[in-house]
Design a protein around this ligand. Structure first.
Ligand code: ATP
Ligand code: ZN
Length: 286
């Protein structure tokens, strides 16, 4: 592999930590010690560009970068010719419409003829068109949450995660327009060499992601219930069963998914399983 894949990452802000952590979990070493614009990884054919998140979709479209980690909200708003490859599982938030807590606006139908402040005019206007609501959109680039208090708009459309910013500004959410998380986007015309590097990166991203969604489980099971317990724990192929020194008992090892976790644990206990240990998995290659 003589080519290098150029990846755009947010320079600083809410996606920076998650992006760097993900690269690290993929075994890619990137040091951004001197606040540089671009850094080449020491052990993988990748070059990281540190940019403002708003610029990432355009740079990926124009081949300044080949791929990028960016919020789905930004990718949709910028509406560039790029490919969405996969969701990355961090940077979760939602784009919502909010109004003053104590005002007369209660639902989106009350927004007719009102002014809404946002940094997401494209997504908001699509939403309003779809709902047949004619309201005027006032685009501002930051501190959207103060717009109603200073008389700039009656409502806002902004990103929310915990809701604490809305709370502090005496606003309440009345509608979620979009649920977002960080995604991997790609240029549409990657060279064959770059595609090979991207495949290798995706293989690692999938192994990291799969590991996060699964747990390694060890437990002691009475032999008479082994069949039922094994059916609850399919594992990657099938569970590993080892006899315990104590007659009539076995140790069972397997992998279960995070989503089924509590449900399965309860059924295991109901079938006499004891000493259940649940251990995080670092990488998972199936
Ligand atoms: P930049 O200087 O790169 O333009 P920014 O101020 O536009 O940064 P951040 O506030 O760092 O951007 O947010 C980057 C992304 O993080 C958002 O586009 C969104 O995808 C995600 N995000 C997650 N939670 C939140 C939140 N509570 N508020 C805003 N963004 C969030
Ligand atoms: Zn930004």
């Amino acid at each position: 592999m003589s080519e290098t894949l150029k990846i755009a990452v947010q320079k600083s802000g809410r996606l920076y930590e998650g992006s760097m952590k993900l690269l690290k979990e993929c075994g890619i070493e990137v040091s951004n010690g001197n606040n540089q614009l671009r850094v080449t990884a020491s052990n993988f054919p990748i070059e990281v560009f540190f940019l403002r998140d708003d610029d990432i979709p355009e740079y990926v479209q124009d081949s300044v970068a080949d791929i990028g980690f960016v919020g789905e909200n930004v990718a949709i708003e910028k509406n560039k010719e790029v490919e969405t490859i996969k969701k990355l599982g961090f940077g979760k938030c939602r784009l919502s419409i909010a109004v003053p807590k104590s005002g007369e606006l209660q639902s989106i139908s009350d927004l007719k003829g009102k002014k809404i402040a946002t940094s997401y005019p494209f997504i908001l206007s699509n939403f309003l068109n779809e709902k047949n609501i004619s309201a005027s959109i006032h685009e501002i680039s930051g501190s959207v949450e103060i717009a109603p208090r200073i008389g700039l708009a009656e409502a806002i459309c902004d990103l929310v995660s915990s809701g604490s910013t809305l709370f502090t500004n005496e606003l309440k959410e009345i509608e979620t327009i979009l649920k977002s998380e960080a995604i991997l986007i790609s240029n549409k015309n990657l060279s064959e060499g770059k595609k090979v590097i991207l495949e290798s990166l995706l293989f690692r991203l999938n192994a990291v992601r799969k590991a996060k969604n699964n747990k390694y489980v060890l437990l002691n099971a009475p032999n008479e219930n082994l069949n039922t317990i094994c059916k609850l724990l399919p594992g990657m192929k099938s569970p590993t069963i080892l006899p315990l020194a104590e007659e009539g008992w076995s140790s069972v090892h397997s992998v279960i998914s995070e989503t089924d976790f509590w449900n399965i644990i309860e059924q295991l206990k109901a079938n006499g399983a004891q000493g259940i240990l649940v251990i995080p998995i670092e990488k998972m290659i199936v």
